[in-house]
Write a protein that binds this ligand. Structure first.
Ligand code: CMC
Length: 431
């Protein structure tokens, strides 16, 4: 990190503290408050981390005002158009695009790890069949540390590398198994002759009694969904992975923590919630009623797939996703799709409405992704698991970056205590 050239002065009471201002390669300056408590005996207060950088990172950059997303400096639109998910995985994990030999080697290493330990099949069988696939994924990914003892030593770079490759390779297999288990079909083993996205579709939709041929255009759309979700800097689930990892927890446990966080409807669960909302709206004429509800302070209803903590402009991923939705529905011969019609009209109306304009609420990545996944044949319960499969590379890259950072400390936020001051215990007879 560059030496700070500017400082900020914080004064309160008789105290005045000079704080260094750090300058990032892109984005606003950052006031370094690390010595604040030591010198000033005060904390800062920032629930939800709206103004706090919790780490430095060289992986992903978002300009929320411009609506720009860069992976290692490369714009997401260029990657979505020209790259593929495994290449993006290499880029996020190692920092540079691979040359042909590096790509071949990486693909070989990933495909060598796509199967899961056979005993995991039995582990799955302990779950109820009607469990949400996210519930089984949290459990199974957390349990990987019980199966892969040879990649748990986080102080060993080789263990970290093997754990990363295992996670990239096995998460699609586990998500597909969670799906198969929930619909009562046999697990389908990975096929290493297929590319990453095709293999995932194959494991989800093939059955032993007949051939299943993956349509290349659908595999391409799936691959693009994976790239668009691959990383998003310090979002809630990534911060969860970092916080869990900061204590020295093993990588499988950390990714399981990330999956648990992702499940919430304000985060990765929004894609399922969004499609359910679009279905509930049902027809274009009912949109005004839902817009009215979203604006009503006394109604907890929110337009799912709208708004973002960082983007105050179009989410660039939503633009690509919208184009993909048109392409996929066209390819599958789905014309006059009512849900897509509702989505487009809802977007049009919301973007003209003062409430959404003033609050800078735009469609986010989840607004169109569900329409594509549904057209491909996925039930809504699989939308968030697919997000988890795609985000695995972001989580593991951020975890690896954190573990490799010599200044890394255990994450330990402070608090503004508003409970009772010290008081004496009162026996039960006197309460
Ligand atoms: N519908 C209606 N009003 C909204 C919405 C929405 N979707 N999102 C934000 N607002 C309003 C909110 O009521 C608040 O109004 P006021 O200032 O009057 O209190 C204002 O906009 C700011 O909202 P906030 O909740 O303080 O903003 P945040 O940065 O904490 O929340 C968010 C961001 C994504 C959680 C929120 O916009 C939301 O709940 N959106 C719907 C869920 C969703 O689509 N989530 C997916 C996010 S993208 C993928 C991912 O990260 O996983």
């Amino acid at each position: 990190m560059a030496e700070p050239k500017k400082t900020a002065t914080l004064s309160f009471g008789n105290t005045s503290i000079e704080l260094p201002i750090l300058t990032p390669t892109a984005g606003p300056d950052v006031i370094d408050i690390r010595k604040l408590y030591g010198e000033g005996e005060v904390f800062t207060y920032d629930p939800g981390f709206t103004s706090t950088a919790a780490c430095d990172s060289a992986i992903t950059y978002i300009d929320g005002d411009l609506g720009e997303l860069l992976y290692r400096g490369y714009p997401i639109e260029q990657l979505a158009d020209k790259s593929h998910h495994l290449e993006v995985c290499f880029l996020l994990l190692y920092g540079e695009l691979p040359n042909a030999a590096q790509m071949e080697d990486f693909e070989r290493r990933v495909t060598r790890h796509t199967m899961v330990h056979e005993q995991i099949h039995n582990f799955f069988r302990g779950f109820r069949r009607d469990s949400h696939p996210m519930a089984t994924m949290v459990g199974v990914v957390g349990a990987l540390s019980a199966f892969y003892h040879d990649s748990l030593d986080i102080s060993d770079p080789w263990h970290r590398e093997v754990a990363a490759i295992r996670m990239i390779a096995k998460l699609p297999t586990i998500a597909a198994m969670a799906y198969k288990y929930s619909i009562g079909q046999p697990f389908v083993y990975p096929r290493n002759s297929l590319d990453y996205a095709s293999n995932f579709l194959h494991m989800c939709f093939a059955v032993p009694c007949e051939d299943y041929v993956v349509q290349p255009a659908l595999a391409k759309a799936m691959d693009r969904i994976m790239m668009l979700h691959a990383d998003h800097e310090q979002n809630a689930s990534t911060s969860t992975v970092r916080l869990a990892g900061s204590s020295g927890a093993n990588p499988f446990a950390c990714i399981a923590a990330g999956i648990a966080c992702l499940w919430g409807p304000a985060h990765g669960g929004a894609n399922q919630a969004c499609l359910e909302m679009l279905r509930e709206i049902g027809t274009v004429d009912r949109i005004p009623e839902y817009i009215k509800r979203a604006k009503d302070k006394n109604d907890p209803f929110r337009l799912m797939g709208f708004g973002h903590r960082v983007y105050k402009n179009f989410d660039p991923r939503a633009k690509v996703m919208k184009e993909s939705a048109d392409e996929v529905l066209d390819l599958l011969g789905v014309h006059n799709n009512e849900t897509l019609k509702v989505a487009k009209e809802l977007e049009r109306i919301a973007l003209q409405d003062d409430y959404f304009v003033e609050k800078k609420l735009y469609p986010n990545v989840d607004f169109y992704s569900g329409i594509i996944l549904e057209a491909m044949g996925f039930p809504t319960s699989m939308f968030t698991p697919i997000f988890a499969v795609s985000r695995t590379i972001g989580w593991i890259s951020q975890w690896k970056e954190m573990i490799g950072d010599p200044t890394q400390k255990i994450g330990r936020p402070r608090q503004l205590y508003i409970g009772q001051p010290r008081r004496d215990y009162v026996g039960v007879d006197h309460r």
